[in-house]
Ligand binder design. Sequence first.
Ligand code: C2E
Ligand code: MG
Ligand code: MG
Ligand code: MG
Length: 281
Amino acid sequence: HAKSAGKSCYKFYDFELAMVSVERNRIERNIKGALNSNEICVEFQPLVDVVNNRVYGAEALCRWYSHDLGMIPPERFIPIAEQSNVILELGKKVLVESFTQLHHWRSQGLTDLVVSVNVSARQLSDKNFPAIISYLLNEHDVPADRVELEVTETAIQNNKRSKQQLDQLRALGIRLAIDDFGTGYSSLSRLKFLPFDRVKIDRSFVMDLPNSESDVEICKAIFALCGVLGMNVTAEGIENGNQLDTLRDMGCGCGQGFLFGRSMPSQQFVEWVKGFHLNNG
Ligand code: C2E
Ligand code: MG
Ligand code: MG
Ligand code: MG
């Protein structure tokens, strides 16, 4: 019995694996078409200055509304796109859309807003990347200091090349943020030597505040460290007032999460900003 059960276990496992790779292939094959047919679009999630109660800006998050496969979350297609140069095309599309919308917000008088765009390892290591950013800033007529780029810890190699790339980007005047901080190899030397302006504390450390003592201490340590290094901090995944109060007491400057708003289309974000400022004087 045990033997046959074991066997069927293997079969089930093989089947699951096969399904995963079938899905993977479908996503891989469809991604290029989706880019051309505009099934992949960009939405904007509010970033809030929780000290002054002002909108800081928005993070651009891509969405794939597939005609054949339904809504595909970025966690399912970004890692696949990242395994080939498709991510360069996708990343460029997100940048173009983000800069276009930033220009649009500014033309409506919302000139303080910052747009924050996620950048993959392959984009960052592309030697043309700083030139692409520079070109797009000009083409869309947006000031560099209203643009932030988010890079995850795992996407940054602690080497000379990464530093050169980041220095070139910083020299353009754009802001740089480390995303999902605390989940990769958080290296202190990296924080010290790379030209980052901001650390984004990963949602996993915010989720169980204020009850988890260890998460309270971890967040405090991150704020202390960033204070010493002169870096700004954004806390991700704030879903309730308790989490916000706890983070604010620790000295958190900026927050993001469902408490403030989910990702939304650009025009809806503009309405959201106007409403927020009305309610907060
Ligand atoms: P991320 O950059 O850390 O983005 C934040 C993610 O947390 C988003 O998920 C957002 O919807 C989610 N989130 C924000 N606030 C809350 C909250 O209060 N509760 C919960 N449960 N979730 C919250 P999303 O949009 O599914 O994106 C997932 C990841 O996919 C992003 O994580 C980012 O790493 C990647 N991604 C998204 N768009 C792009 C893109 O254009 N380029 C690249 N390279 N990666 C992207
Ligand atoms: Mg991000
Ligand atoms: Mg993040
Ligand atoms: Mg995260």
